[in-house]
Design a protein around this ligand. Structure first.
Ligand code: SAH
Length: 226
């Protein structure tokens, strides 16, 4: 799976995605991530350019209709997306645009995505969001990761990359540890068997020490919250 991320802050991604399971998946070429920065598609400053150039060179501008905050301009966004689209020609790809009022992201969506596509273009907004014409032009699917407003679409992009990558065969250490199995053990324990904390003993549920796999499975399903 190749992710193509449109963002003005690509550096945000490095430390998270280069560690642990996703880092290994990238090394093993199961996952790759490309970045396209709308800032790179803005006309360079005119030599000796005066103050009046600034609006044009910026990725954001004032909202029509007034109000606080800034809106990400369409043109640099469109150019960055076009560049990503040129890389996925002939491939099975999907374009996602992050928005707090989009369709709610969930595991079922991640599973479907892995089955249907080889390339995903993820558009991360900032400020008050992206000029709405960008979504209309590319018919991007609007996705939300939850009912709260974040300062940008970079965390949502990482959430999708992480969740979708887990569904790719070979990314997790053992295929069995995929969500449908692992989810049933939302409550997990490791040594010691008896944990002492402030004069109190905290024990591991007996069933997990029983060696009875049918019972253990049953108990785990009982913990299943999703
Ligand atoms: N004014 C907008 C909020 C913009 S938040 C509104 O009221 O809807 C700035 C950017 O952060 C958005 O463009 C989007 O890319 C991202 N974002 C914020 N919260 C998000 C969420 N819950 N899910 C997905 N993306 C989110």
């Amino acid at each position: 799976m190749t992710f193509h991320v449109i963002t003005i802050f690509p550096d945000i991604f490095n430390s998270y995605l280069n560690e642990s399971i996703i880092g290994r998946a990238i090394k093993n070429k199961l996952v790759s991530i490309n970045f396209y920065n709308p800032r790179d598609f803005i006309k360079p400053a005119r030599r000796g350019g005066a103050q009046k150039d600034n609006g044009y060179r910026s990725v954001d501008d004032k909202p029509y209709g007034g109000g606080p905050g800034m809106v990400m301009r369409a043109e640099p966004m469109l150019k960055a997306i076009e560049k990503a689209v040129s890389k996925v020609k002939g491939k099975k790809f999907k374009i996602i645009l992050f928005s707090p009022s989009g369709k709610k992201f969930e595991t079922a969506y991640a599973k479907q995505t892995v089955k249907k596509y080889t390339d995903i273009i993820l558009i991360s907004g900032r400020y008050e969001g992206i000029d709405a014409r960008v979504q209309k032009i590319f018919k991007a699917e609007e996705i939300s990761i939850g009912d709260y407003v974040l300062t940008g679409g970079e965390l949502p992009a990482m959430v999708l990359i992480d969740s979708i990558s887990r569904q790719i065969k070979g990314v997790l250490g053992k295929y069995e540890s995929l969500e449908e199995e692992r989810i049933s053990s939302s409550e997990v324990y490791t040594r010691p068997e008896v944990l002492k904390y402030k004069n109190k003993n905290y024990i591991v549920p007996k069933v997990l020490l029983s060696g009875n796999h049918v019972k253990i499975e049953e108990w785990r399903r009982g913990q299943n919250k999703i």
